[in-house]
Ligand binder design. Sequence first.
Ligand SMILES: [Zn+2]
Length: 288
Amino acid sequence: MDYMMKMVIKDGKKSLFWLDLWIGEEMLCNTFPLLFRLEQYKDCCVAERLVMVNGEFCGVWDWRRRPGSIQELNELFLLLQVCQNVQLGDGIDTTCWSINDSSDFSVAGLKQKIQELTHSTPNYRFVWNNWVPRKVEMLAWRIELEKIPVMTLLANRNIDVGSVSCPMCGDMDESVEHLFVSSGVARLVWQAVSSWCKITSIFALDIHDLLDLYKLTNFPKRKAKIFHAICLGSIWCIWKAINDLVFNGKPIMVESIVGEIKTLGYLWIKHRSGETSLLWEDWCMFKV
Ligand SMILES: [Zn+2]
């Protein structure tokens, strides 16, 4: 259990926006490291960043340059969620000691905070899988909650993102469903995954169908968990390929996405599931 000094916000003038603990269980500089890097005035106070405009508190930013990468927009999107219900008032900020018994704040705490603040307790129960890296789980979880900066989601929130068409085919809005489920690239990737893992072809309408695919297989428990890991890895690799296209101009190649799913999956399962004797040849035929 950690005891931490926490600011109790009144007018927000004594509390440092990034460097004090005043919302959630961690300083914002740690939760949003990329945005903190872009901040011009690292020691700005809460009242300088949250300003009353037309009766509502809005974020007022002073970036060294505008957040631009997917990762930076991701952080901005989450930061806006975290701050959206903050109210500043009269009086001077005070400090108190807070008790934090959450040893895994960055994931569990932030997740809970965001759900509290957005009042969205989704009915869908996201299943975690510790045979893939944390960042891979987190991406799928955020996609499930539609918390990734898919261009249309940002456009809906009046964040200027330029074009809202899909970077792969250019003729559709870029939505979670389109990018990961129904786009030509996504379909080809899932087709390749299903034939590799020898399951009947994948029929998915939305991201939940993809995340729940492993439940529809007749695989024994361990094999089903491996297949679930492959599905999470596929979402990760599709997302990476889209990022490479948008930010590095690297053309999308379905074969290389599928190749990466196999390679990464092999490394993860071999090292994380205790299957150290797993052979690459067996993996390539999904003999697990
Ligand atoms: Zn498209």
